[in-house]
Design a protein around this ligand. Sequence first.
Ligand SMILES: NC(=O)c1ccc[n+]([C@@H]2O[C@H](COP(=O)([O-])OP(=O)(O)OC[C@H]3O[C@@H](n4cnc5c(N)ncnc54)[C@H](O)[C@@H]3O)[C@@H](O)[C@H]2O)c1
Length: 324
Amino acid sequence: MDNFSGKIAVITGGGTGMGRELARQLVAQGASVAMCDLLADNVAETKRICEADGLRPGARVTTHIADVADEQAMLRFAAEVARDHATDHIHLLFNNAGIGGGASFINAPRAEWDRVFNICWNGVYLSCRAFMPMLLKADEGAVVNTSSANGFWAALGPNIPHTAYSAAKFAVKGFTEALINDFRNNAPHLKAHIVMPGGVGTPIGLNSRRILVGDNVPLTEFEKGEMRKRFATLGIPGAMEMDEPALLEAQQEMIKRFETMAPTTAAGAATIILDGVKAGRWRILVGEDVTRLDKRVRQNPEVAYEVDFAAYAPFAEGEEPRFG
Ligand SMILES: NC(=O)c1ccc[n+]([C@@H]2O[C@H](COP(=O)([O-])OP(=O)(O)OC[C@H]3O[C@@H](n4cnc5c(N)ncnc54)[C@H](O)[C@@H]3O)[C@@H](O)[C@H]2O)c1
């Protein structure tokens, strides 16, 4: 698919970050977009941004509230897309929604672990189930699934576990790669693309907590303990004595720095993804950081989890490598 004009694209997690930028750039290239999210304020803002510069005649932008981990909600979302876009088919499915959390299999609360895994893996699976009938009816189409650097390297940095997210992102990568042969044999008008971003400047940290626990909910003792340990590992002075306001302030600061200093912007990431789809590349690495990491892990997988495996060039001396 070398052109998006007149195409109908579905995006999960269009509220902020890469989903918002995919929507904006697809609309600018003449596509219609239907996007879902759980955070209504953010997805309404994405629609406003998409429509601000005008739409191609006949194009539509619609927003939908749906939890990608809930099959009934995704089936409802698909029915709404058919109704609101007056169509029986779609051309592009971007399975982009995701959250972080569930770092340790040993210590993280079970509910958090399961929620992260269910959003990051089942969200992709259930979305493919819900929209496959509409993709099969298109003349050409693409499924674009967002995995991560954690889809081939299951850590956040030396000694930092990342179990729920990595397990889900490995599953997304394996499923998508398997779809390549499946489509070639059984639906040759469809292509499957796997997206593996490195560090991309988005508010994923903020959104993840909003989705996991809600807005303005006090930190649990477990969260406080984990944050203190994390900040201490990062060398933040007095980390182990921080009270809740200090922890939240330090966290806001880290999230802000991540958004502004990550190696790739959300807009840059969306351009790389869309160019990759147009070029027909099934494997889309987003950012030089992840491209480097991919090479290093492939070259010498046996050392990938050694403590001194400096996977990323950190932003500044002493900072951990970071990506969602
Ligand atoms: N930012 C990074 O560094 C990075 C790196 C690698 C992979 N990723 C992946 O990229 C994708 C996009 O993330 P982003 O960084 O743009 O973050 P983001 O938080 O800006 O975007 C994710 C969107 O998904 C939505 N969402 C989360 N759970 C949902 C659910 N259950 N149902 C519907 N919507 C839901 C969020 O509200 C948000 O709008 C995610 O899959 C993420 O795991 C991000």
